[in-house]
Ligand binder design. Structure first.
Ligand code: PLP
Length: 377
């Protein structure tokens, strides 16, 4: 089955649902135990609703096993705590989701785990490895500059050294990137973004190989961040349109990236689908599509970035990403506000940088809105 079909048909566990085409929402927290080896329990990640959505995700990401969580951070913290203990070392790329960075700095360090943050480059990761390194953690494309790291090289490094490799695949979604095919051990998501896709569901997920699921599930059960039945159902329902949504959003983003790049009041556009992007060839090799996130900088003639955002009529200045509606935000004022100005400038996040999470609207309307806000309608 191709992905568009898998989104709709994979993971149907309706054997006991009287012919229903949809998974019933089973809210029971207690099951009879005499004739089952392991009765379902939500915090054990083994209910029908959890298994149905995990099967769909495994089909989409070409994995064998998975877990669904109450947030992206529940998935991330579970993965890190599953493989790291006092005395261990972890190598992470420095361009990471802020919450992941904070978890490593505040929690892992306190538990006696050493962490190295390195450039978004497999060679920088290799150089940082020590005999104590147990985990390599990357994210691609990155927020907000859409840098790309070579996943095949990261996967190969993991296999050569026996170190577990993890990628946060939130920005690409399985529609645009399937990291297990490239040799990564674990692909995880903030399902709050594209997987949920409707800006109304907080969840997380991971997909992996069978060999690693025992360790992950044990820690997941101990930490207790599982996803409830109603939310599993919402996620399963959302995944049926994942391919439709992300394909449309990706096509819209490609068109807006071209539009912005050609615009006299825009100085820089960061989008992996543009041939001007420094990692365009790598993105072309490892991604199925270039994604629906982009960032850009206004020229001084376009005016103040806050005024520009207020001028938009259709596009919402809002946090988060991945939903059907197009959203814009200033990373310097939001996700990267805690970073000091010099560090921000040194990594390329200027005060006039704006991040666009492109939605599924008619692209002509999005283009017209940007055009009028740029003062050139
Ligand atoms: C939002 C986000 C997370 C965290 O997800 P939550 O659902 O908010 O816990 C992790 N990684 C990336 C790339 C994200 O965008």
């Amino acid at each position: 089955m191709r992905m568009g079909t898998q989104c709709i048909h994979a993971g149907k566990l309706t054997e006991s649902a009287g012919g229903s085409l949809n998974t019933p929402i089973l809210t029971s927290t207690a099951y009879e135990y005499l004739d089952t080896e392991e009765p379902p329990y939500q915090r054990y990640f083994n209910t029908l609703n959890q298994r149905a959505v995990v099967e769909k995700l495994c089909a989409l990401e070409h994995g064998e096993e998975g877990l669904v969580f109450a947030s992206g951070m529940a998935a991330i913290s579970t993965v890190l705590l599953s493989f790291l203990q006092a005395g261990d070392h972890v190598v992470l790329q420095e361009d990471l989701y802020g919450g992941t960075h904070a978890f490593v700095k505040c929690e892992l360090t306190r538990l006696g785990v050493q962490a190295s943050f390195v450039a978004t480059d497999p060679e920088a990761i290799r150089a940082a490895l020590t005999p104590q390194t147990r985990l390599i953690y990357v994210e691609t494309p990155t927020n907000p500059l859409l840098k790309i790291i070579d996943l095949q090289a990261v996967g190969a490094l993991g296999r050569q050294t026996g170190i577990v490799t993890v990628v946060d695949n939130t920005f690409a979604s399985p529609v645009n990137q399937t990291p297990l095919d490239l040799g990564l051990d674990i692909s995880l998501h903030s399902g709050t973004k594209y997987l949920g896709g409707h800006t109304d569901l907080q969840c997380g997920a991971l997909v992996t190989r069978r060999a690693l699921i025992g360790r992950l599930r044990e820690t997941a059960c101990n930490l207790g961040g599982s996803l409830n039945a109603e939310s599993c159902y919402l996620l399963e329902r959302s995944l049926k349109t994942l391919h439709l949504r992300v394909e449309r959003q990706t096509a819209n983003a490609a068109r807006l990236a071209e539009f912005l790049q050609a615009h006299p009041r825009v100085s820089v556009v960061n989008y992996p689908g543009l041939s001007s992007h420094p990692h365009h060839d790598l993105a072309r090799r490892q991604m199925h599509g270039f994604g629906a996130m982009l960032s850009f900088e206004l020229t001084p003639e376009a005016g103040d970035p806050v005024a520009f955002q207020r001028q938009l009529q259709l596009i919402h200045p809002a946090l988060s990403l991945g939903g059907l509606e197009t959203k814009i935000c200033s990373p310097a004022a939001t996700s990267h506000a805690k970073m000091d100005c010099e560090t921000r400038a040194s990594v390329g996040i200027s005060d006039s940088l704006l991040r666009l999470s492109v939605g599924a609207e008619a692209v002509e309307d999005l283009e017209a809105d940007l055009n009028q806000a740029l003062g050139t309608a």
